[in-house]
Design a protein around this ligand. Structure first.
Ligand code: AMP
Ligand code: FE
Ligand code: FE
Ligand code: ZN
Length: 282
């Protein structure tokens, strides 16, 4: 069983439309796929409509959080009721602020003499939730940097960079509560991926566990073997569910859909604790 619980589409900063993500997953032998776009479930309907027999779709979102001590962090929310009004309103508030922030970042870039405009960013993002990858692609188009990776450097839009602007987000404890109130479950996304600080990580995860966190994404492309071993131990000690996800964004770069997997028993445990909605099967 190949169970990939983390991937993106054009509904946020991925490059494939949701139906294409489903086709890629199918081609790569994925059995269960969670669509987890940043702060939206807008791609789920299209993904569900494209679902072939034998592939299960888990509706989810990667929710932006700000922790007082650790800064920007991500929580994967799964199987919450998409219509639950409090969480839906917060997702919308974050998306609205992402647009404001995209405009602010474009303005900063103009001040720095870069020939870009927010219209470029908007065109690149299409209908998707605006994120720094769209700004990065606009920077590449402008010719001032060669690659998206270069755009994410400290010179430009990396955290603390000259054109970096923070966005509105909630405390992770609050997001855990909101997702739970909407019948969903939460998993801490890529806790050891750069530029995440690893000092104090186990205490912090324990705090989130006390707040109701359900799981930890241990198997992620940016975690090395040592980090995986250590995170698996922390999660297991705290009684948290261990998950895996590819964090797929595009076919051209990064890791492909199905590159990481979740143990079937862990997956069943996660699903059994959610009641907001159910996985979609044809
Ligand atoms: P945002 O949520 O708008 O701040 O953008 C964060 C997103 O940018 C992440 O989810 C990744 O998809 C992407 N990202 C972050 N760092 C890098 C990097 N160094 N190179 C390429 N993409 C990155
Ligand atoms: Fe992303
Ligand atoms: Fe993330
Ligand atoms: Zn992601």
């Amino acid at each position: 069983m190949l169970i990939d619980l983390h991937c993106h589409s054009t509904a946020s900063d991925g490059l494939d439309p949701p139906d294409q993500v489903i086709r890629h997953a199918r081609q790569r032998g994925v059995d269960v796929l969670a669509l987890t776009d940043h702060d939206t479930v807008a791609g789920v309907e299209e993904a569900a409509a494209a679902l072939p027999a034998g592939l299960t779709l888990v509706a989810g979102a990667e929710l932006s959080c700000t922790d007082a001590d650790r800064g920007s962090v991500h929580l994967l929310g799964y199987l919450f009721d998409p219509g639950e009004p409090v969480l839906a309103a917060e997702r919308e508030r974050i998306r609205t602020d992402r647009t404001r922030r995209g405009e602010a970042m474009a303005e900063r870039l103009v001040e720095l003499g870069v020939p870009v405009s927010f219209a470029d960013v908007r065109r690149i993002a299409g209908d998707g939730v605006i994120g720094r990858p769209h700004v990065a692609r606009a920077l590449v188009e402008s010719g001032v940097v060669r690659t998206v990776e270069d755009a994410f450097g400290p010179e430009w839009i990396g955290v603390g960079g000259r054109a970096y602007v923070p966005k509105y987000a909630l405390a992770p404890e609050r997001v855990i509560e909101l997702v739970r109130n909407a019948g969903g479950v939460t998993v801490l996304a890529h806790p050891a991926a750069r530029p995440r600080r690893v000092d104090g990580l186990s205490h912090w995860i324990a705090r989130l566990a006390a707040a109701g966190l359900h799981g930890v994404e241990v198997d992620h492309p940016e975690h090395d073997e040592a980090q995986r071993t250590w995170l698996r131990e922390i999660a297991t000690d705290l009684g948290l569910i261990v998950t895996g996800g590819s964090d797929y964004h595009e076919t051209g770069a990064g890791h492909q859909v199905g590159h990481e997997s979740t143990d079937p028993q862990a997956y069943e445990r996660l699903v059994s604790q959610a009641y907001g909605t159910v996985p979609v099967v044809r």
